[in-house]
Ligand binder design. Structure first.
Ligand code: FE2
Length: 192
């Protein structure tokens, strides 16, 4: 049985950029539902239950399971790990990561340029999903979005940053103003 990981900070600690009510519903209701449905997806596959969700998502295409179970793991296991990663990116206790910042400057020219390209990608993404900064196997850094709960781990990419652009991540405070949500979300990111 997988259980919901507690946040390492209070729901109110991202105020005023991400409000406490959104954080509480997002973590205790939405994220919890992914955990519950992920456990359900593994009910009939005891051989998968001792593997981490990251491991299952990384090896999704070679698990040798039926399509229904595979889809359930992609959606709900993806929902579990994507949210865990998202909470960690916004952790107010994070310190700037000098190595990552240097890498970003080397590839994008500046942190501001990375933020601009990442924000544009997040704004343009149609429907529910996530926008990512990843490191590919070659070492290259890339920005792209995935739909639903699809994870870069399935593509063999290492996630470095992510923003949740599902409406449940911002609708309560920002309604349809995704651009304002993205701008304010950057203020919670202390890594770069
Ligand atoms: Fe979410």
């Amino acid at each position: 049985m997988y259980t919901l990981q507690p946040l390492s900070y209070d729901y109110s600690m991202l105020e005023p950029f991400i409000d406490a009510a959104t954080m509480e519903i997002h973590h205790s209701k939405h994220h919890q539902a992914y955990v519950n449905n992920f456990n359900k997806a593994l009910e009939n596959n005891p051989e998968l239950q001792n593997r981490t969700p990251e491991d299952l998502i990384s090896n999704l295409n070679t698990l040798g399971i039926d399509e229904t179970t595979k889809t359930a793991i992609r959606n709900h296991g993806g929902g579990v790990i994507n949210h865990n990663f998202f909470w960690s990116i916004m952790d107010p206790n994070n310190q700037p990561n000098a190595k990552l910042t240097e890498e970003i400057i080397a590839i994008f020219g500046s942190v501001e340029e990375l933020k601009k390209q990442f924000s544009e990608t997040a704004l343009k993404h149609f429907g529910s999903g996530w926008t990512w900064l990843v490191r590919e196997a070659s070492g290259a850094l890339k920005i792209y979005s995935t739909s639903n709960q699809d994870s870069p781990l399935t593509l063999g990419h290492e996630p470095l940053l992510t923003i949740d652009v599902w409406e449940h991540a911002y609708y309560l405070k920002y309604q349809n103003r995704r651009v304002e949500y993205i701008e304010n979300w950057w203020k919670t990111v202390k890594l770069i």
